[in-house]
Design a protein around this ligand. Structure first.
Ligand code: ADP
Length: 524
């Protein structure tokens, strides 16, 4: 940043070199550190592996007083404190695993200034006792890690983060800095608002991870598909994500039975077992971790060469974060998702229990993920555009779409023409569902009432099922041959659509998977 005084930069760099041995800043790190030194408030969004922790750890050592870090997971705090202590930095955490004696010692060390960075769970930080204690010491600033948990619009809302605005009220003039790996603009603004930040600096890093190769494959024989990826990476580290614990157990077992060193990780295991399995993975005594989403927050293992999603994640944010655990060293890594529309139904059912706003937000990001999966646009481009950014390169050369390995329908021009004609015949007044029904020749009441069974396009795709036709419509929207208009997402044929109708364009439409073809064609 131009305004950075040379002295500040040198001081930060010298501290980073002295304790961590690093020679330069990662993108946005300097700006983020500087905003801490200037006592501003900030929201820092950097992809996983971008180096968020250093953004507050380095200035904590350059500023007098105690840096207080709110972090949601006990295991995460412990890892961070261990890593800091190993670098010779006096840090501690206060959580339920600490004895009363240790607590007293930490409190004394904080008061004497012997401890410079203190990690706390958010609910502990906001307790009356803790706020009172902190009021009696010199707090240099607050850092809120995994801060998307504050927002109901985020994908991992945690109610214990809710009262965080108390920090600004209780400690006026002390900087509050929020860090997260995933946040859309709406979530970013909400974080700032929920924390009561004053004119915060918004620092948003690039979301593209060019070294990750994304591939989305229709799920068939799940185990062989997973094994195929693992077999490409003998003796390398990888993560297999599953939705259910039972799948974690059975896949881990199957992998071991074919000679792959794999361990399970999910919330149903004891703390000791989880910790032991995680340690085995980090210390490379096992190659593969088969896990639910419980695994990974804050795990700093840079040489993960592949991440396989055996089931769909619950949102595009989760996908970005979970797949982002691959290739943190910047070297090539592979991210494969086994997609099945059944997972969408599973997630919708699971998310149904959430309160209203959270549910709406969750459904929105789940739909975004579904579009991402069935889409036939560059995966890198779709991911970054979800986070409000653009990809500079025309083709990423690191996804199945750009590399041309997606299984496409051969006569997509004709198929596209059929779909677009139907949308014109129904008067461009209906959405995807209705048009799909007309194309599939459904006996749906509304189709019959509107006499749409009399149209020439009725039943034009009767050998296909509704889900496939809806998928193609979404793909045509994604490629701008169709546009969704208004509150009801009415479909309109665009200028490019007219070119397609003349047979002068070739859309990319994917073949439906075997499971979908087996579905009864006319099922609504
Ligand atoms: P995040 O929390 O954003 O996922 P971390 O803070 O865990 O990322 O950093 C990821 C890895 O990169 C860590 O091993 C960290 O020590 C390393 N790292 C961070 N900043 C730098 C830097 N400026 N130079 C070299 N390595 C760095």
């Amino acid at each position: 940043m131009e305004t950075t005084s040379k002295g500040t930069r040198e001081q930060l760099l010298a501290t980073m070199r002295q304790y961590w041995g690093y020679e330069g800043f990662r993108p946005l790190q300097l700006e983020a550190m500087e905003s801490v030194l200037e006592d501003r408030d900030s929201v820092v969004v950097m992809p996983t592996g971008g180096g968020k922790s250093l953004c507050y750890q380095v200035p904590a050592l350059c500023k007098p007083g105690l840096a207080v870090v709110a972090s949601p997971l006990i295991s995460l705090m412990k890892d961070q404190v261990d890593a800091l202590t190993a670098c010779g930095i006096p840090a501690a955490c206060l959580n339920s695993t600490i004895t009363a004696e240790e607590r007293r010692q930490i409190a004394a060390d904080v008061r004497s200034g012997a401890i410079r960075i203190l990690y706390l769970a958010p609910e502990r930080l906001l307790s009356e006792r803790m706020l009172e204690f902190l009021s009696g010491v010199e707090v240099s600033f607050f850092a809120i890690d995994e801060s998307h948990c504050i927002s109901e619009w985020g994908h991992d809302f945690r109610p214990e983060y809710r009262m965080m605005n108390m920090l600004k009220e209780t400690f006026p003039g002390v900087g509050v800095h929020a860090y997260t790996a995933t946040a859309t603009e709406r979530v970013r603004d909400d974080i700032a608002q929920q924390l009561g930040l004053i004119n915060p600096e918004m620092l948003v890093g690039s979301f593209d991870r060019p070294n990750l190769n994304y591939r989305i494959v229709r799920r068939g024989d799940r185990f062989s598909q997973i094994h195929e990826v693992i077999a490409r990476h003998p003796n390398e580290s990888g993560v297999v994500y599953c939705i259910r614990r039972a799948d974690v157990e059975s896949i881990a077992e199957q992998l071991n039975s074919v000679g792959v060193k794999a361990l399970p990780y999910h919330a149903g295991l004891s703390d000791e077992e989880r910790q032991a399995n995680q340690d085995a993975f980090i210390q490379e005594r096992t190659d593969v971790i088969v896990a639910t989403v419980a695994f990974g927050m804050g795990i700093d293992k840079s040489n993960v060469r592949y991440v396989v999603h055996a089931g769909m994640p619950k949102s595009l944010e989760s996908y970005q974060q979970e797949s982002g655990r691959a290739g943190r060293d910047g070297l090539e890594a592979e991210c494969v998702m086994l997609y099945s529309s059944g997972d969408l139904v599973t997630w919708k059912r699971m998310l149904g229990d959430l309160p209203d706003t959270a549910q709406q937000a969750a459904m929105h990001s789940l739909d975004a993920l579904d579009h991402f999966c069935i889409g036939t646009e560059c995966r890198h481009r779709m991911l970054v555009s979800y986070f409000g950014q653009e990809l500079e390169a025309e083709e990423c050369e690191a996804c199945d779409v750009c590399l041309g390995t997606v299984d496409l329908v051969e006569d997509a021009t004709v198929l596209g023409q059929k779909i677009l004609s139907c949308i014109l015949r129904t008067g461009e007044r209906f959405g995807a569902d209705h048009n799909a029904k007309v194309l599939c020749g459904s006996r749906d009441k509304r189709v019959l009432e509107l006499d749409h069974d009399k149209l020439s396009t009725y039943g034009l795709l009767q050998s296909e099922n509704l889900r496939s036709v809806r998928m193609w419509i979404e793909q045509l929207v994604g490629q701008r041959f169709l546009a969704k208009v208004g509150e009801y997402n009415v479909l309109k044929v665009t200028e490019s659509g007219r070119v397609l109708l003349r047979g002068e364009a070739l859309p990319k439409l994917t073949k439906p998977d075997a499971a979908e073809r087996a579905e009864s064609p006319k099922r609504a």
